[in-house]
Design a protein around this ligand. Sequence first.
Ligand SMILES: Cc1c2[nH]c(c1CCC(=O)O)Cc1[nH]c(c(CCC(=O)O)c1C)Cc1[nH]c(c(CCC(=O)O)c1C)Cc1[nH]c(c(C)c1CCC(=O)O)C2
Length: 346
Amino acid sequence: MSKIFVDACFRKETPYTPVWMMRQAGRYLPEYMEVRGQAGSFLNLCHNPEKACEVTIQPLDIVGVDAAILFSDILVIPDEMGMDLEFIKGQGPVFHDPIETQEDVDRLICGEEAANKLTYVYETIKLLKEKLPEDKALIGFTGAPWTLATYMIEGQGTKTYNLCKKMMYSNPELLHNILRKVTDIVKLYLEKQIQAGADVVQIFDSWAAAIEPGRYDEFSWKYMVEIAEYIKEKYPHIPVIMFPKGISAFINMDGVYGNFDVLGIDWGTPMAMAKAKLGDKYVLQGNMEPCRLYSKEETTKCVEKIQETMQGEGHIFNLGHGILPDVPVENAIHFVKECQRVSKKS
Ligand SMILES: Cc1c2[nH]c(c1CCC(=O)O)Cc1[nH]c(c(CCC(=O)O)c1C)Cc1[nH]c(c(CCC(=O)O)c1C)Cc1[nH]c(c(C)c1CCC(=O)O)C2
């Protein structure tokens, strides 16, 4: 049976434009909070294939999205490289011993060895393949090397990225050594997700906009393209989605290149501009401002506007970044229904 989401990634005719939401499995769902409570913590939930499978499926049943995204986190990679991830309430993810020197990089577990430690992710995917309806696609994912490196160097989330940027401008070789190690693991990680059953993969570069546009290729995009091309060469039937958040300047400079299928557009980039520059080359995914979800009227207006721009051609509906924890579930359901309604072909 064909999957509408995979078809749309390859620009094939679909009965309507499929929709999913970044962070769709998460805290806005009371059902998620209940399972997380049973698991004890967010990381325990990631490590428990049965429960991770359950929360992956929740938004399909409750909100009606057209694809599932594996429940995990981008930071399980540095965790398994030996960096010891902790999620601290009110603070977010923390690595207590961030990377400062080449010796720190040399200590990291790399390649196959690190990728093989992520067995709980592959087990979750295998379980999901048994449980998901045949017409729903399963999206596997990873963080982009740059976004992962920001946490590995800063030790936590940051507003200024000063430690990363100090390294970028004063010791770029060290930064490239980190990016190289992470890239090599990510290639294997995505490959193993595909072998376990992922139908599509997305690379999240959430902190792309921290890099000045003229240096974005050098420190992030070229590594993302290397990963995408590794996957496309071996698994051409698997769509690859790139999500470099906040790169309208990069789009404007025609800096987007590479062998992948779908480009995720963040909410700060006008869809019409992305379409004019790249709509012939890539299917575009996005891009409602996630806070529109606080108002059903604003949601409808935005969905209609995106539909008017994209006309159901080479498009996948999504938010322009993740859904926030305090969004009413009924508004998320409204968003999904509206996307399916406005794009339905009669
Ligand atoms: C930067 C980043 C992270 N994680 C992720 C990114 C890239 C995407 C983006 O930009 O939003 C990706 C991610 N994180 C999570 C998923 C699961 C799948 C899905 O999208 O539903 C995915 C794809 C679950 C999660 N990851 C996290 C939660 C909340 C944890 C909880 O239940 O308390 C979930 C559901 C925690 C997390 N994880 C991360 C942070 C900064 C935080 C804490 C901040 C926050 O609380 O939102 C790192």
